[in-house]
Ligand binder design. Structure first.
Ligand code: UGA
Length: 435
């Protein structure tokens, strides 16, 4: 099929390449000329494992191109809208400017019978409004939320754990379904579960899933607070409750909590939308989920202060990690950077390192000081903070690192180090939710 992808960020760039890999002919469009130049060159404009290989493979087919010229979408039968919906300034609600601009922009190039597929995360009710706007041109809207995780985006796009179609009623819905079935013929043939539903449900599925994940993380972080008050160990607690198949061990890793461009803003936009719908009470628990999550960052700074004998003023602090999670260079609402910045504001000399995200981190926080390696960051440190659990940080040798720092103190913000090994090497080891 001939497909266009509007918006080539973390979602759209991967989607465009993946749709090519599934055998389609794809044009990706973005307003960011630098991003399009990189993609046109077959280079990934951000760090995502597997994407460079996928781009190389799919660019070579001659069926994938990228452009800043929206008119190039004319002639495509399917148009995926993959633009961002960030949080509004000073408000919980989602900013729909990019979505609205995309829909206004594509309208001029649509032909009757085209199918427009919404992938952006939007407040429930948005699809219904956008569909009305497409009626005039005779195009059909399908809402097809995306569940990819950064770091696993290629795998999640080519082999999703489910597909959801939100369809209008009647013939338009049937047409929308047939077109998406053709687009996703390969994953569907592999047995990927498909849920076919209405617009409202499809939009809610996405925010409900992210809210559940956020709640699971904040639940275990609340347990971490209890563990800290009682001398219990939250990692053992998570292992034990995780053995119950109804609970499951995934997303029960206590620590610095969730960040990124999705979970934090999605739960807030969901609360804002519930308020508009007059059902704010239904989601008031998400306010608590958010608060628990934010408290972890404060607690992290407090722990660092404790190991620095009550004051971080003038202390040298090495922060390992800037990305919001490993295997990503994304620093949007990164707990690691939030902790680093708080400590710097409180008078510490903070040096941040990250294997992939330094450039983005420097752009977001130009006043922070960065080092290329963990060793360089840890040089003469009074305390080392593990904030993002990159593989190389999990594998750090406590004996070797001991030779670099001024004071052997480490705070494990992700509960991934072996306390016994670090203590045996003479370190003061502290963690969130562990004795
Ligand atoms: C999340 C969802 O997992 C995806 O399904 C969804 O498609 C995506 O948002 C989106 O809406 O686009 P992502 O933001 O890539 O994906 O990251 P996650 O893997 O969900 O991690 C989110 C945050 O939670 C990270 O900061 C991570 O460190 C933290 N986390 C995760 C924990 O603190 N503990 C855990 O046990 C798991």
């Amino acid at each position: 099929m001939r497909i266009s992808v509007i918006g080539c960020g973390y979602l759209g760039a991967v989607h465009a390449a993946a749709m090519t890999a599934l055998g389609h002919e794809v044009v990706g469009v973005d307003v960011d000329a630098a991003r399009i130049a990189a993609l046109s060159d077959g280079r990934a404009p951000f760090y995502e494992p597997g994407l460079p290989e996928l781009l190389a493979e799919t660019s070579a087919t001659g069926r994938l191109r990228f452009t800043t010229d929206l008119s190039q979408i004319a002639g495509c039968a399917v148009h995926f809208v993959c633009v961002g919906t960030p949080q509004k300034h000073n408000e919980f609600a989602a900013d729909l400017t990019y979505v609205d601009t995309a829909f206004e922009g594509i309208a001029a190039y649509l032909a009757p019978g085209d199918v427009v597929v919404g992938k952006s995360t939007v407040p429930v009710g948005t699809a219904e409004r956008l569909a009305r706007g497409l009626e005039e041109v005779g195009a059909t809207l399908v809402w097809n939320p995306e569940f990819l995780r950064e770091g696993f985006a290629v795998q999640d796009t080519l082999h999703p754990d489910r597909l959801v179609y939100g369809l209008p009623e009647g013939e338009a819905g049937e047409r929308g379904r047939a077109v998406l079935d053709a687009v996703y013929a390969t994953p569907l043939a592999e047995g990927v579960p498909l849920v076919v539903t209405d617009y409202a449900t499809a939009q809610l599925v996405k925010v409900a899933a992210n809210s559940f994940l956020a709640t699971k993380i904040s639940f275990i972080n609340a347990m971490a607070e209890l563990c800290e008050a009682t001398g219990a160990d939250v990692t053992a607690l998570a292992d034990a409750i995780g053995h119950d198949a109804r609970i499951g061990r995934k997303f029960l890793n206590a620590g610095l909590g969730f960040g990124g461009g999705c979970l934090p803003k999605d739960i807030r936009a969901f609360m804002a939308r519930a308020g508009e719908l007059g059902v704010d009470q239904a989601l008031s628990f998400l306010r608590e989920v958010d608060s628990i999550n934010m408290r972890r960052r404060v607690r992290m700074v407090d722990l660092a202060r404790e190991v620095c004998a009550g004051s971080i003023v003038g202390r040298r602090v090495a922060v390992l990690g800037a990305a919001f999670k490993p295997d990503s260079d994304d620093v949007r609402d990164s707990p690691a950077l939030s902790v680093a910045a708080q400590m710097q504001l409180q008078g510490a000399h903070v040096i941040v390192t990250d294997p992939q995200a330094i450039e983005n981190a420097r752009r977001a926080w130009p006043d922070l000081v960065f080092a290329e390696t963990a060793e360089a960051a840890a040089q003469d440190a009074d305390v080392v903070i593990l904030a993002t659990e990159w593989r190389e940080y999990r594998a750090l040798d406590p004996v070797r690192l001991a030779g670099l720092v001024r004071s052997k103190a480490i705070v494990d913000g992700r509960n991934v180090l072996d306390p016994a090994a670090w203590r045996a090497a003479g370190w003061t080891y502290r963690a969130l939710g562990r004795p």
